[in-house]
Design a protein around this ligand. Structure first.
Ligand SMILES: Cc1cc2nc3c(=O)[nH]c(=O)nc-3n(C[C@H](O)[C@H](O)[C@H](O)COP(=O)(O)O)c2cc1C
Length: 384
């Protein structure tokens, strides 16, 4: 080999070794400034998603120490920290172990539909890098209850402690939406610490209308009966996930339903993706059909958390989700009324180290303001 060949080999070898070393070390800046943007240039959003789920099985980044100030208790359940992975990343229950190892305080899988279905045609996920956002129209691609139940059973045999949420959807062509959710409770409830009734995905025709008061009462009544009948040992609690595109009347109606003890709703997840398109979006993908997530949803979802916390007088725990990419973003949602928070889109742009970054920044902010635990800060804005 001539000198040029040796030099090229040295440079390429050095770059690869550096990349492998930094990937394993989990250096946040390496992920957000080099690794993730490079991957985004060479592979599509959906391929990157699939690879990330596979990689997560091996948890490439070590878990950071849990910080005492972040320990919290909600619905009588102990969380090592209040930061969870939102639904949509691990749709098919493949990566619970890795997600827990990289430091999430709780994990939500799904949405899962009763029968397997392919979802919408590809492409169906679009990055809006300049906007720190994503538009997706997956349309509930799912392996179905049976496969997910068997994966969760295997996993639960050796992990009894991780707090798991199971997010339920309905099949696109199912004529019986209530039956779809009820079968989700019956088939997957035994593995869950909480169950999410997702009536807010924008990519399944007619789904969002289930957020309307009459539909919601009807649906939740059947769900509560099924849950009461099953008497699952983990006693999963019931959450409803709502859209950020609701008006004040919709919010009032939902607050009336979920505070009515008849329906046994224990909490809300606020919010799903938005169908709106703020004027400030710049990326060429901004007009793709689907749900927009990430930074542009941040203030919409925080403002909904704030309103719902007021409407429910702080009596219904809220999981705040939408555009969280820093400890300050998480703290904002907590002070507006969230007991727990979740994120997904910022993981796409920053990779696994973002989990530790958000947690340590949040711990610092809580301590700086003199709080000894998360609970003390929940809804703090409403005391002003
Ligand atoms: C690619 C993608 C797929 C998603 N799939 C689901 C889903 O299946 N069920 C669901 O309830 N939410 C789903 N979501 C919504 C997220 O759980 C979350 O509510 C939303 O993205 C806002 O949070 P974020 O800005 O941190 O991503 C999905 C989001 C993305 C980006």
């Amino acid at each position: 080999m001539n000198n040029i060949g040796r030099a090229v080999g040295l440079v390429v070898g050095g770059a690869v070794s550096f990349a492998v070393f930094e990937t394993a070390r989990g250096e946040p800046k390496f992920y957000s400034n080099i690794l993730m943007p490079t991957l985004q240039k060479i592979i599509s959003a959906e391929t990157a998603h699939n690879l990330a789920v596979k990689a997560m099985k091996y948890a490439p980044v070590k878990k950071c120490n849990n910080l005492d100030v972040l320990r919290t208790k909600v619905w009588g359940k102990d969380f090592s920290n209040p930061v969870g992975i939102a639904a949509g990343f691990d749709k098919h229950a493949e990566a619970m172990t890795g997600l827990s190892r990289i430091g999430f305080g709780f994990i939500e899988i799904g949405s899962v539909t009763p029968l397997p279905q392919d979802g919408n045609d590809k492409p169906r996920v679009f990055r809006l890098s300049e906007d720190e956002a994503v538009i997706n129209r997956y349309g509930f691609n799912s392996v179905g209850h049976e496969v997910v139940a068997s994966r969760l059973k295997t996993w639960r045999d050796y992990d009894k402690n991780t707090i798991l949420g199971v997010n339920l959807g309905k099949n696109k062509t199912s004529p019986d939406h209530k039956g779809d959710y009820v079968s989700g409770i019956r088939n997957l409830g035994e593995f869950a610490d909480y169950i999410v009734i997702n009536v807010s995905s924008p990519n399944t025709p007619g789904l969002r209308k289930l957020q309307g008061e009459t539909f919601l009462r009807d649906l939740l009544y059947d769900i509560k009966c099924a849950k009461d009948e099953e008497k699952f040992p983990r006693n999963p609690i019931l959450l409803v996930k709502i859209a950020p595109d609701l008006d004040d009347k919709d919010l009032n109606d939902i607050a009336n339903v979920i505070t009515d003890k008849t329906y046994g709703v224990d909490g809300l997840i606020i919010s799903n993706t938005t169908i709106s398109r703020p004027d400030h979006l710049v990326n060429h993908n901004k007009n793709e059909t689907g749900g927009l997530s990430g930074k542009p949803v941040k203030n919409m979802s925080t403002s909904l958390v704030r309103k719902m916390y007021s409407l429910t007088k702080g009596n219904i725990p809220i999981v705040g989700v939408g555009g969280i990419a820093s400890g300050a973003d998480a703290y904002e949602k907590i002070k507006a009324g969230a007991s727990l928070v979740q994120f997904y889109t910022s993981l796409i742009y920053n990779g696994p180290p973002i989990v530790s970054t958000i947690k340590s920044e949040l711990a610092e902010l809580l301590e700086k303001d003199g709080y000894s635990c998360v609970n003390e800060a929940i809804g703090a804005d409403h005391l002003k």
